[in-house]
Design a protein around this ligand. Structure first.
Ligand SMILES: NC(=O)c1ccc[n+]([C@@H]2O[C@H](COP(=O)([O-])OP(=O)(O)OC[C@H]3O[C@@H](n4cnc5c(N)ncnc54)[C@H](OP(=O)(O)O)[C@@H]3O)[C@@H](O)[C@H]2O)c1
Length: 316
């Protein structure tokens, strides 16, 4: 199949998927740098997932947890490689550095999609708005594209959601969603939500495939995003994955990322290595067969990276 035909192929998705336009870049990169970054975005051909509020999100982005002092350089490398989605959180302590990387790249604000999340301690210590104001300020001071409840902290979800809705009304947050929600958390929130959540970001990788939660979340019209999509590297040495990767002349990481993409999931692999960053976005020029998709799904062990990271019993 030619690449162009392949890019037109509809994928399994929560919403519809659109082929992204190249981001326009301006400013600090200089004309050759800008041209390179614009070309990279076009070439990467990252589709967009339509959200239930009329907006859309790039289907692939950069995770930034634990990037720490490598955050600025990794974000810059990612923008050069064609990434336009960046996932951070208050607890990662790098919202400022994510913004620095974006700013230093010279890309226009409208051409990147920034997601962040309110941490449980900010939820439990009202006013929640203080930490949200800080996130907005650290992330450039204008707006956040998607802001999520990081974990369903008991007793504080409704209060936090209502504050987040106020920020949408003020135009300081474009979309709101949550992370680590099980279907019962979603159902409870939908009873009072005036603004519909757009995304549920949950742990998904070949050892924790989450079919039931993905299906239930989509039934509510909410898109699903995979966190720790590479199981923090644990699945990269799996013999079955290496075998499948060889057939397509791709790396194990690319094969797993492609598996998420074909499931219609939004996927945010993290890397501080520029070669890995570039490699991880080259996943739109091949297609895993149905059998190989199923073979990867069969690796499921319902195994969380951290057993304590269970949305129904976490302690943080
Ligand atoms: N909502 C939540 O509760 C939650 C929880 C966890 C994570 N997240 C989000 O999800 C993102 C991704 O998850 P994650 O950071 O836990 O881990 P991950 O993306 O599953 O895996 C990251 C690891 O894979 C390695 N890696 C990446 N690309 C590679 C490649 N091509 N070849 C070989 N190794 C490669 C990285 O090493 P190198 O740096 O050396 O490439 C790193 O050690 C996070 O950064 C964060 O944004 C959200």
């Amino acid at each position: 199949m030619h690449r162009r035909d392949f890019m037109k192929t509809p994928l399994i998705a929560a919403g519809s998927i659109m082929i992204g336009k190249a981001g326009l870049v301006s400013g600090l990169l200089g004309s050759s740098g800008m041209a390179r970054a614009a070309f990279a975005a076009q070439k990467a051909g990252v589709p967009r997932i339509a959200l239930n509020n009329g907006m859309s999100i790039p289907q692939l982005g950069l995770g930034t947890w634990q990037l720490a002092e490598n955050t600025v350089t990794s974000v810059r490398a990612a923008i050069e490689a064609g990434y336009r989605l960046f996932d951070t959180a208050q607890i990662y302590g790098n919202e400022k550095e994510v913004w620095q990387g974006i700013k230093q790249s010279g890309i226009a604000r409208k051409d990147v999609f920034i997601t962040s999340k309110i941490w449980t301690s900010s939820m439990r210590n009202p006013p929640q708005k203080d930490s949200i104001d800080k996130s907005i300020e650290l992330l450039g001071g204008e707006y956040i594209d998607l802001f999520m409840i990081h974990w369903p902290a008991k007793g504080r979800i409704q209060e936090t959601w209502e504050v987040m809705e106020e920020y949408v009304q003020k135009g300081l947050i474009k979309s709101i969603g949550f992370s680590n929600f099980n279907p019962h958390h979603i159902e409870a929130l939908l009873k009072y939500a005036k603004i519909k959540p757009v995304v549920n970001q949950i742990e998904i990788h070949p050892y924790h495939t989450q079919e039931a939660n993905v299906a239930a979340t989509r039934n509510y019209g909410i898109a699903v995003e995979s966190w720790s999509p590479l199981a923090q590297g644990k699945v990269l040495n799996d013999a079955a994955i290496i075998g499948i990767a060889k057939k397509y002349n791709k790396s194990a990481a690319q094969t797993i990322i492609r598996w998420h993409i074909q499931r219609g999931l939004i996927v945010i692999p993290r890397s501080k290595n520029p070669a890995h960053i570039a490699e991880n976005i080259k996943v739109f020029d091949f297609e895993l067969s149905k059998d190989d998709m199923a073979a990867i799904a069969k690796l499921n062990r319902n195994e969380r990276i951290m057993p304590a990271a269970d949305p129904d019993s976490f302690s943080w």
